[in-house]
Design a protein around this ligand. Structure first.
Ligand code: SF4
Length: 364
C-alpha cells in the first residue's frame, strides 16, 4: 500500500471515508491519511486538437505514448479548452478536430482498455482545480514564464493577452494534478510549464499537506523532427505530413522536400547530416541509413531516388496505423463509446482528487 499523508487546517472528527480506490483514515492528532492501493506510476499528457496529427506529433509524442502504456497508468487528454487560449476564433472547429485526434490516437495504438483517453472539457473538475491552483502562483511568476514571453513575441499579441492565456500553465497544472500524475512526457520546450506545475504542487502541499506528487519530466528523444522545408515540422509553418496521409499524398509531399542545399547537381557530393530526408530515414528506414550516407557523400545516389525509397519506407511504416484508424472511422458508434467510457473513468479519478483537496483545505 502507498501511504500519502494529508495535513489540513480543518478536519471532520473521526472521519473514515471510503471512496473505493482511495480510503481516508484519521491518524494521530490532526492528521488524515489517504491509503491507495500500490500501483504503477501515473502519467498525464495531452494534445491540443487543432487538426490531424502529423509526423512531428507522432515522433515527438504519440509514438512514445504508445510505449509508455506498457509501463505506466496513462491518462491521455484531448486538451480542447487549451485551444481557446490562442485560437478562440476557431472554437467551432474544436469538436470535429477532437474526434479526428481520438481517431489518430487509436490508429497509432493507444489502447482504450489500458489507458484513459478523455476529453478535457468533459471533466469539470479540471476547472475547479484550476481555480484552486490559480491561488498558488503569482501573476509575476506567470508573466516571467519564458514560453509565455515567446508566444507574446511570436504571435504579436502585444497588449491583447487574455487572462486565460496568461493562466494557461495553471490550467495545465490542474490537468496534471487532477490525476496526481507522477510524470509527464514533454518536449524540451515544455519544461518551463512543468516547472510551474511543480511549484504549484509544492505550494499547495506546503500549505495543506502532501496531496500532490511533484510530477517529473520524461523528455521525449525525437523532440525536433524536420518538416518538408527542413525546419521543425509544425502546422503553422505548413510543412507537415499527416500520419493518416494516403500513400499518394506521402509521395507528393516528399517529392519537393528539403535536402542538402549545397547539392546543386546530381554529381555533387552530398552532406546527409544537413538533409531533412536523411533524418526521416533514421526514423522510418534506419536499416538503410549507413548505405544512404555513404552513397550520398560519394554522389552515387541522387535525391530523387533517395526520396522515392524513403517515401515507400514511410508508407509501409504508417500502413498499420492507417488501417486501424480507418476501422474506427467506419464505426462511429464504437468511437462514441470509447470516448464516453474514457471520460467516465477520468471523471471518477479527478473527483477523487478533488475530494482529497476539499478535505485537505477544509472546504467544500
Ligand atoms: S541523396 Fe538523400 S540524403 Fe543525400 S541529400 Fe539527397 S535526399 Fe538527402
Amino acid at each position: 500500500m502507498v501511504l500519502l499523508r494529508v495535513h489540513g487546517p480543518r478536519r471532520h472528527a473521526g472521519a473514515v471515508r471510503d471512496t473505493g480506490a482511495v480510503r481516508f483514515i484519521r491518524q494521530r492528532g490532526n492528521e488524515l491519511s489517504v491509503q491507495k492501493p500500490a500501483g504503477r506510476r501515473v502519467i498525464l499528457s495531452g494534445m491540443r486538437p487543432t487538426g490531424r496529427l502529423h509526423w512531428g506529433n507522432y515522433t515527438g509524442a504519440l509514438e512514445n505514448w504508445v510505449q509508455l502504456q506498457q509501463e505506466y497508468d496513462c491518462r491521455f487528454m484531448v486538451a480542447d479548452w487549451h485551444v481557446l487560449t490562442t485560437a478562440l476564433d476557431k472554437a467551432g472547429e474544436i469538436n470535429a478536430n477532437s474526434r479526428e485526434m481520438f481517431l489518430d490516437w487509436l490508429g497509432a495504438g493507444l489502447d482504450p482498455d489500458r489507458s484513459v483517453l478523455f476529453l478535457q472539457s468533459s471533466i469539470k473538475e479540471h476547472a475547479e482545480l484550476f481555480l484552486v491552483m490559480s491561488m498558488m502562483i503569482s501573476m509575476g511568476r506567470l508573466q516571467r514564464n519564458p514560453t509565455f514571453k515567446e508566444q507574446v513575441r511570436d504571435l504579436n499579441l502585444g497588449g491583447e493577452i487574455s487572462f486565460g492565456h496568461l493562466g494557461y500553465p495553471v490550467l495545465q497544472a490542474a490537468d496534471i494534478l487532477a490525476y496526481r500524475a507522477h510524470a509527464v512526457p514533454v518536449g524540451e520546450d515544455q519544461l518551463p510549464h512543468l516547472e510551474l506545475t511543480r511549484e504549484m504542487a509544492r505550494r499547495f502541499n506546503h500549505l495543506f499537506g502532501e496531496v500532490f506528487p511533484e510530477p517529473e519530466a520524461l523528455v521525449t528523444k525525437f523532440a525536433r523532427f524536420p518538416g518538408t522545408d527542413g525546419k521543425r515540422m509544425s502546422k503553422s509553418l505548413g510543412n507537415t505530413i499527416e500520419i493518416s496521409a494516403t500513400p499518394e499524398q506521402i509521395r507528393e509531399k516528399i517529392k519537393p522536400a528539403f535536402t542538402d542545399p549545397a547539392r546543386l547537381r546530381r554529381s555533387d557530393p552530398g552532406h546527409p547530416e544537413v538533409c531533412g530526408v536523411y533524418m526521416w530515414y533514421q526514423k522510418f528506414l534506419p536499416e538503410a541509413v549507413p548505405q544512404v550516407a555513404e552513397e550520398c557523400r560519394s554522389a552515387a545516389r541522387g535525391c530523387v531516388d533517395c526520396k522515392k525509397q524513403l517515401a515507400e519506407g514511410a508508407i509501409a511504416h504508417f500502413a498499420p496505423l492507417r488501417e486501424r484508424r480507418a476501422a474506427y472511422e467506419s464505426n462511429p458508434a464504437r468511437l462514441d463509446e470509447i470516448i464516453a467510457a474514457g471520460c467516465d473513468r477520468a471523471r471518477c479519478l479527478a473527483a477523487e482528487t478533488l475530494a482529497t483537496v476539499h478535505d485537505a483545505m477544509g472546504i467544500g
